[in-house]
Design a binder for this molecule. Sequence first.
Ligand code: HEM
Length: 394
Amino acid sequence: MSTLADTWGIHDQQFWLRGHVPEDPVEYKEEQGTWHVYGYQEAVHVLSDTAVFSSHTNRKVPDTEEGTEGNLLQLDPPEHRKLRNLVSHAFTPKVVANLEPRIAELTHELLDAAAGRDHLELVNDLAYPLPVIVIAELLGVPSSDRELFKNWVDGMFENTQEFSLKENSADQESARKATLEETENFKRYLGEHAADRRRNPREDLLGKLVEAEVDGERLTDTQIVNFAMVLLIAGHITTTMLLGNTIVCLDNHPEQMARVRADRALVPSAIEESLRYFTPFTALARITDSEVSLAGHTIPEDEMLLIWIGAANRDPRQFTDPGTYDIGRDPNPHMAFGRGIHFCVGAPLARLEGRVALNILLDRYPTLHTDPQKPAEFLPSPYMAGVRSLPMFT
Ligand code: HEM
């Protein structure tokens, strides 16, 4: 049976969006040389046990090792904790709550710029620029450079190929080279801003990273650049999808749209349910530091695992009617922000941006709906599930 996911041209690997449940929660894929975890409990196990499952995956991926230093996502304990402490205070719910007026102001400004049209392209008009401007302002890089970031980051997520440790095709090789090139441009840009901050101290996040000390030592330039790069990338592309996907979900479930319009107290749980139902960041990677048994499989040391949190969020052993989009779902212990020590540091910010923007959209457009003539387009990567463009009538 053809599903919405097929109509939308979503990557085949995202089987949970087509209602499929894997027979085995853990699988080895010979052709890719990697293990795949689909079950909820199994995913929780892997993400919680940092002694066995390491986040330092760059060590197995050619040409990526220099992106490791200072990159929170790649660090294991005890280094991870030291670096995470440097940013966690910048994203506490209390600090983030102070950003609410600025997020509301930006949302209105962006929508004002589209006023007078009978349609919005939700991604270009709001869902892309809003989180990029917010994270750029926090870091202290000019938000007017956002077209540059877009060029650099887009390249990273346009790759339709699945990751493989086996021999790569010519297509995979050229996509990999293009991504590396974009990464270098991005690093050069952030390096110049960090150098400027050393000369002209400021109170933004980049300024704080330049001043910060770990074990009595300042961070190196490489650490600062990699750290800032993770924040800038993680801080925008996923939130763009959070906003876009929430609107897609509500638009496809008119009864849920009516429910949230009638009771705005449901906005936060509508966002949580969209994160579960249409998880933006579909897979996380880990490597085994020792042999381990998981769901009856023996996984040797030094093997790579992909933990499909998108699939885990649809595991029927964990969620009743996982294929039903229910904005009142409670509890909703989804894993869209990960689990354990690497739990998304930006989750309070992403949730706030989602809540503010969704409320303003519902206020300003009482009949917002998609344009049947111009369907939404979705990112082609197996590791991202989200809208790339979303034309809407206002
Ligand atoms: C980590 C998802 C928004 C910054 C993560 C992880 C996930 C995730 C799944 C865990 C990675 C792992 O375990 O390997 C998301 C989603 C978002 C979002 C779905 C939006 C809906 C943000 C924002 C920021 C951010 C707005 C920054 C302002 C980070 C950072 C980490 C992280 C720095 C690494 C934390 C660590 O390794 O300790 N995110 N994220 N994210 N996220 Fe987010």
